[in-house]
Design a protein around this ligand. Structure first.
Ligand code: ADP
Ligand code: MG
Ligand code: MG
Length: 888
């Protein structure tokens, strides 16, 4: 019932039912919040219901609101369907007033405690309901502390706290222009209004936008009877994870503080104790807590993040939810839970969001560089991965520098929800206080930002940080190792992440689900993942990641090497066909070698080689001095280079003389490339390698283009094959990247063995947006909701329609036509899902994104098969909400 009761409310109700000790309370629905937001006032029925609900609660506990013997005190807590830790406000101790505070003092037999609770209420209530600055209260407190020569809050006795309350009430009255409300029902109503309003406060809005949380109607409000962790030495409060949220290990992980209330642990003000210590302090409670954590995990079949409070040796659970975790932890927990038979492989695959999964491929500090470096300090390793950046001390500075593309590391004593904007743009976060469950730690893990907390050696000044007496001013580059907690005083080189056994096991689940799916079973080659790879090294990398072929090998990259570019320029500058042939004969062996190496690396897997695509001018130097050097090198006049460059100049190179248009007008170039490919295949075959080349002609718009180029290529292959007596089958196909080609795909398919949608150019040409220039207006378009996504990241629906249309038309004349996608979209989970449903044969993406594609496909298959079984009512836990990919 999360949508209606919010995650907190739904879970509290559910665990109360299975016998977990929860302080009684009730939940006001998210629908009431929506109604409130619409009407700008509390729904009448709600106003009527509240006193009844409170009375029921009081009866259960033999207490009463505002009573002078046994006063009922409650907390008013927000809680939306998706957890937004610390983003909205909570009020504790509500129900206290000038009379009931005395009752609490006598019933608790602790006058100091009662007045402390009261002053906290006035502070929280003033802050949350009347927007009063917390600092104003703190100042008043400080003055009274000074007058009483008290070092800390706990040094103040009951009499002093009475003074604090009196002072707080004055402050309240001054600001609110009315006295602190004495009627508990008034307090409650105003608090509910404030929690409803907090749904739309800036912090909450920013949090939802950063985490891409959409479609929620509002927050629920939980009104819950208070329990006190600040009752004395057999009381306390804490937070725990049923497994380690950072590594995923199956160990109970938690922190607590004795004699503390509410957010003291999370706020990171006092450094808390490890949960194991509780075993020696309150062994019975510890044992009970362990039993509860096991029960909760079994019940929810997921790692839980638990809040608990001990009041006078009695344990209460105040909250449970699926715990936020790092990518590595998410994978380990999913794999372990499959092994423990708690969840199925399908569920496991859905448990790890794409964003979290990407995290595990985060860079780490190069071991070699680390070897002779000494960390200047260490803290708790709160969120893994390494980060290098310049020190900043405020969220504002971080945001300002991010706009200038400066990489920064945010250093704070502790972070609070106001810092969210800055935390989202920094490379890493470092705090001097707080534990693994502090705000900084939890938020950073969710964002996938490396983070170190509780570094006690760290001291923060106005414009510098100080570690063991050494000063590092703002702007100094430092390195954080969020996996070990080490801090280095200089920028260190970072390297690729390590691939653990758990990652491989997890990916094997994904592959297994793909192979088992109906569609792939029927057409074994129907949903493959290929790589975009231009070099043998790329190819080997791709294989390691599980590529089933190369979907795009761009040959122009092969021309940019120092030696080669010279020959290529010679080719471009040649004044006749004889000159061109001479240059080409020098390029031929080089290309042949490249193709041979790539095809032998891929062995019998298909390799799609795209013939030359970019316009020729890209290969010529633009600067005059460089043109002169080139002329000298080639023994021609500088004016010849300048003139040729001028001739090749294009107003819109993206739509100019490129792709197959070059192939048609300068046939020698493609001839050479086809010859190199064919000869490389012959070499492979002679070595017993069953190479499977696929020649791909770019930028085709009319079938005639393909028809002509195909004929030429076939002639070369046939003649070389005959000469060498090696039989060669080489598919010849085309990219579909011009809208006309998609529309006329039935004509084109008559000359093509395969299609590969070049979705980058197809997007450019469908929108008429230049990919190079989109940055000048895209941010505005996204803000104004003209576009929901960057169409170059996620396939646009119109482009998707062209893909579907082209595929259908192509297959209408050429039934077995293999169709793929190459281009950035091939590695984007949402686009992969579209490709899957469009019936494509494969996606091709950069080697690094292959694991992401493997997971994305499996997830889509599981989701789709779930939808096609409407009677499956078994509830599965929702995936933890991962952070949206950062745009750094
Ligand atoms: P958040 O969503 O920010 O976690 P919560 O509603 O969980 O906010 O409240 C914050 C803290 O207040 C809790 O961690 C808990 O320690 C304390 N708290 C809330 N309700 C109660 C209660 N009924 N009794 C004691 N402490 C409470
Ligand atoms: Mg909470
Ligand atoms: Mg293209």
């Amino acid at each position: 019932m999360k949508d209606l009761l919010g995650g907190k409310g739904a879970n509290l109700a559910e665990i109360a039912k299975i016998g977990i000790p929860v302080p009684p309370g009730f939940t006001i629905t998210t629908e009431a919040c929506a109604k409130f937001n619409q009407d700008k006032k509390l729904p009448e029925s709600l106003v009527r219901d509240i006193p009844h609900a409170i009375n029921r609660l009081g009866t259960m506990l033999s207490k009463k609101f505002g009573n002078t013997e046994e006063p009922l005190l409650v907390s008013v807590r927000s809680g939306a369907a998706v957890s937004m830790p610390g983003m909205m406000d909570t009020i504790l101790n509500l129900g206290l007033n000038d009379k009931s505070v005395k009752a609490l003092a006598s019933s608790s037999n602790n006058e100091r405690f009662a007045w402390d609770a009261y002053r906290r209420l006035i502070n929280m209530f003033g802050n949350v309901v009347y927007g009063m600055n917390h600092h104003t209260f703190e100042l008043a407190l400080k003055k009274i502390k000074e007058a009483h020569k008290a070092n800390s809050d706990t040094d103040l006795d009951a009499e002093a706290l009475k003074e604090v309350v009196a002072e707080y009430k004055l402050i309240f009255k001054k600001h609110a222009k009315k006295p602190f409300p004495q009627n508990p029902l008034t307090q409650l109503q105003e608090a509910i209004v404030a929690v409803f309003n907090s749904w739309n406060n800036e912090r909450a809005i920013t949090y939802r936008s950063i985490n891409n949380i959409k479609g929620l109607i509002g927050t629920a409000v939980n009104v819950q009877s208070m329990v006190f962790g600040n009752f004395g030495d057999s009381s306390g409060t804490g937070v725990a994870f049923t497994r380690d949220a950072s590594t995923g290990e199956k160990i109970f992980y938690g922190e607590y503080l004795m004699n503390a209330q509410g957010e003291d642990v999370v706020a990171g003000i006092r450094t808390p104790k490890k949960i194991e210590t509780l075993n020696s302090q309150l062994p019975k409670i510890y044992k009970q807590l362990i039993q509860i954590k096991d029960k909760l995990e079994k019940h929810y079949r997921d790692m839980q993040d638990i809040e608990f409070t001990i009041e006078n040796n009695v344990l209460y659970i105040l909250q449970t939810r699926s715990g936020k975790r790092t990518g590595n932890a998410a994978i380990k927990i999913a794999v372990d839970m499959v092994k423990e038979k708690l969840i199925s492989k399908e569920e496991a695959v859905l448990r790890v969001s794409n964003e979290l999964f990407e995290q595990v491929f985060h860079p780490q500090i190069d071991d070699k560089a680390k070897k002779n470096k000494k960390a200047i300090a260490t803290g708790s390793n709160a969120s893994p991965g390494a980060a290098v950046g310049a020190i900043v001390l405020t969220s504002e500075d971080a945001q300002a520098l991010a706009k200038k593309n400066v990489k920064t590391i945010l250093v704070r004593e502790q972070t609070s929800p106001e810092d969210i904007g800055g935390m989202n743009v920094v490379e890493g976060i470092l705090t001097s206080t707080g534990g693994m469950t502090s705000h900084a730690a939890v938020v950073a893990r969710g964002m996938g930002t490396p983070c170190i907390v509780g570094c006690s050696a760290l001291h923060i000044e106005d414009d510098a940080i100080v570690i063991s007496g050494k000063k590092f001013p703002i702007g100094t580059s430092i390195t954080l190792d969020g996996s070990t907690g080490e801090i280095y005083a200089e920028p260190l080189p970072l390297v690729e992440a390590k691939i653990t056994d758990d990652i491989n096991t997890f990916l094997s689940y994904a592959d297994e689900l793909r192979k088992k799916s109906k569609r792939v079973k029927e057409h074994p080659s129907s949903f493959a993942i290929r790589a975009n790879a231009d070099t043998p090294a790329d190819a080997r990398h791709a294989l390691k990641w599980g590529a089933q072929g190369i979907g795009l090998c761009r040959t122009e990259h092969m021309f940019f090497g120092t030696e080669r570019i010279r020959h290529f320029r010679e080719l471009i500058l040649a004044s006749d066909s004889k000159g061109r042939s001479k240059a080409l004969s020098k390029l031929l062996p080089m290309q042949r070698k490249d193709f041979f190496q790539i095809m032998s690396a891929m062995e019998k897997l298909p390799v799609t080689i795209r013939l030359l695509d970019p316009p020729l001018h890209e290969f010529l130097p633009q600067e005059e001095s460089l043109q002169r050097d080139l002329a000298k090198e080639l023994g021609i006049e500088p004016i010849q280079v300048a003139q040729r460059t001028q001739n090749l100049h294009e107003h819109n190179p993206m739509m100019g003389h490129r792709g197959c248009r070059l192939g048609i007008t300068y046939p020698e170039i493609y001839d050479m490339q086809v010859q190199a490919i064919t000869e490389a295949v012959i070499q492979c075959k002679k070595k017993g390698i069953d190479a499977k080349p696929e020649i791909m002609i770019p930028l085709v718009g009319t079938y005639q283009e393909l028809e002509i180029l195909r004929k030429r290529a076939e002639a070369i292959i046939t003649s070389l094959s005959a000469k060498s007596r090696v039989s060669i089958t080489c598919k010849i196909g085309t990219m579909i990247e011009i809208p006309r080609a998609a529309v006329k795909a039935d004509e084109i398919a008559q000359h093509a063995d395969f299609f590969s949608f070049g979705t980058n150019d197809l997007t450019q040409l469908t929108f008429g947006y230049s990919r190079e220039d989109i940055a000048s207006f895209l941010p505005y378009y996204l803000e104004a909701d003209i576009l929901t996504n960057d169409p170059f990241q996620t396939l646009d629906s119109a482009v998707a329609q062209l893909v579907t249309l082209g595929t259908e038309k192509g297959r209408s004349v050429n039934k077995g036509l293999s169709v793929g996608i190459c281009g950035e979209h091939g590695g984007d989970p949402a686009s992969i899902a579209i490709a899957y449903h469009a019936g494509l044969s494969y996606v091709s993406c950069s080697p690094f994104r292959i694991p992401i594609a493997r997971l994305a496909i499996a997830q889509e298959i599981v989701r789709t098969s779930k939808q096609s079984q409407p009677r499956n009512t078994k509830k599965t836990q929702s995936t933890p909400v991962g952070a949206k990919r950062k745009n750094k």
